[in-house]
Design a protein around this ligand. Structure first.
Ligand code: AMP
Length: 219
């Protein structure tokens, strides 16, 4: 099974991807995580994408397309987090699926309000080592500023600064409509109100997938 998680930055895609992947035994492909790792490694690709990421802009389609194709070709069922983000990428994904003789079973669209996004992203702190995410108010670490899992000092992502959050939201608004129309016309778009708490969102998501026969009823 192949699932796409679509939504604004901070809509909770990454959090739900982890839960869903372990429940359904699928691999998460998070393009943002892949690109951040490239930047950290100071690879050629990392050097090319760093500037876009720092400003909250999208990396050009041709750069991300080959990365995503490489990762998809190595999986046998995935949850895609953060791709596609433009109509061009959605079409590229279709081509990749055709080449692999498979298809996208569902596109879960996480609908959120701007104030939810700003609150979630400005309060987000991440562990640079294990990647675990915290929210300063709703899900703080046990010891202030320290990761519960690996005791590394937490950081704020470079693109979670207030002005960059607004930029990323604007980019999402500009690109999202065409993608939503594209998947709606294909009949595989599933919309979810993602303003609530993590567990409630997962419950909603599970029910919607069960209705489509994409999640076991017993779980
Ligand atoms: P994320 O962690 O998904 O919020 O992504 C962080 C940043 O990585 C974005 O603001 C973009 O600069 C870049 N990025 C992630 N996914 C894509 C994509 N599908 N297309 C272009 N740039 C992307």
């Amino acid at each position: 099974m192949n699932i796409v998680l679509f939504g604004a930055p901070g809509s909770g895609k990454g959090t739900q991807a982890t839960v869903l992947a372990s429940e359904l035994n699928l691999q998460v492909i998070s393009l943002g995580d892949i690109l951040r790792q490239e930047v950290k490694n100071e690879s050629e690709l990392g050097k090319e994408v760093k500037n876009y990421m720092q400003k909250g802009l999208l990396v050009p389609d041709q750069l991300v397309a080959r990365v995503i194709e490489e990762f998809i070709s190595k999986t046998n069922g995935f949850i895609l987090d953060g791709f596609p983000r433009t109509l061009g990428q959605a079409k590229t994904l279709d081509e990749i699926m055709q080449k692999q003789k498979t298809n996208i079973d569902a596109v879960l669209y996480f609908q959120v309000d701007e104030e939810t996004i700003v609150s979630r992203l400005s309060n987000r702190r991440v562990c640079p080592d294990c990647g675990y995410n915290y929210h300063l108010k709703n899900m703080p670490p046990k010891q202030e500023g320290i990761c519960d899992h690996c005791q590394t000092g937490l950081i704020q992502r470079m693109d979670d600064q207030p002005d960059v959050i607004i930029k990323r939201w604007q980019v999402f608004l500009k690109e999202s409509e065409e993608i939503i129309t594209f998947y709606r016309s294909k009949g595989n778009l599933i919309s979810i109100d993602a303003n609530g708490e993590k567990d409630d969102i997962f419950k909603l998501l599970k029910e919607k997938l069960q209705c489509k026969g994409l999640y076991p009823m017993k779980n």
